[in-house]
Ligand binder design. Structure first.
Ligand code: CTP
Ligand code: CA
Length: 228
């Protein structure tokens, strides 16, 4: 019922969301991943739907049931996530990167299960593409929102990350608070400064984030109009 009464701040807009972790294969059964349940990203997708948007949700491996009405694309690796994002990004007015993308992939994953022995096993890791940065640097990008998971120095690292990635808005959380649970605490960083959102259920924070995004997005539209 609460969902139904959310203001339709994004009526008719197209919102693309990434969520969950990515999984980078080591062999047929093993891989490297990040701790991420997908709860925050799925909550953001749900809040965008409640706000009247059409939503595409690109999700890494997660056990969650996607919000009703979202178009879901399931992916495994960061490279698959990038491909799925690229296929949907021209459709999007707003891009929200909530996924905990693995920063590295395994260079030569084995097709067969690696057998253990007594030796040291060395894996070669190569950097993954940065999906959010790819989107921001498109010729006519959607309004882009990033997330940052930090384990310390949240304010300093998050604002640095926002500037480095050239994002109008970045939502930061501490991994110790964020991962796995149903509640979280966010700090939103934009050109004005830092806006802390106190501890609350992830869906409540997601609704607050969507309201903030709708406000900034509206302002950028108005500015674009003024500048012809
Ligand atoms: N991100 C991404 N593609 C990557 C890595 C990160 O799109 N290969 C996005 C995340 O979805 C998030 C933002 O970038 O929106 C920040 O992710 P984070 O891991 O906090 O930042 P990094 O730039 O990867 O820096 P680091 O992990 O070193 O802190
Ligand atoms: Ca990272």
């Amino acid at each position: 019922i609460e969902a139904f009464f959310q203001p339709k701040l994004l009526q008719g807009k197209h919102v693309l969301v990434t969520a969950g972790p990515t999984f980078e294969a080591i062999d047929a059964v093993r891989g490297i991943t990040n701790s991420s349940s997908g709860k925050m990203g799925y909550a953001v997708a749900r809040a965008a739907l409640e706000a009247g948007a059409a939503v595409k949700l690109i999700s890494g491996p997660s056990c969650l049931k996607p919000p009703l009405g979202a178009e879901v694309v399931n992916v495994v690796s960061a490279q698959q996530m990038l491909k799925a994002v690229n296929e949907a990004v021209n459709w999007a007015d707003i891009f929200i990167g909530v996924a905990a993308v693995a920063d590295y992939y395994v260079l030569n994953p084995s097709e067969q299960k690696i057998k253990k022995d007594a030796h040291i096993l060395t894996l070669e890791l190569a950097p993954n593409p940065d999906i959010v940065s790819n989107v921001v640097n498109l010729p006519d990008p959607p309004f882009c929102v990033g997330f940052a998971a930090e384990s310390e120095n949240l304010y300093e690292y998050a604002e640095m990350k926002r500037r480095r990635k050239n994002l109008p808005l970045l939502a930061a959380n501490l991994v110790q608070t964020a991962v796995g649970g149903d509640e979280n605490e966010l700090v939103l960083f934009d050109d004005v400064g830092a806006h802390p959102l106190p501890r609350a259920p992830k869906i409540t924070l997601a609704r607050q984030l969507i309201a903030h995004i709708a406000n900034l997005y509206q302002k950028t539209l108005t500015m674009k109009k003024q500048n012809g």
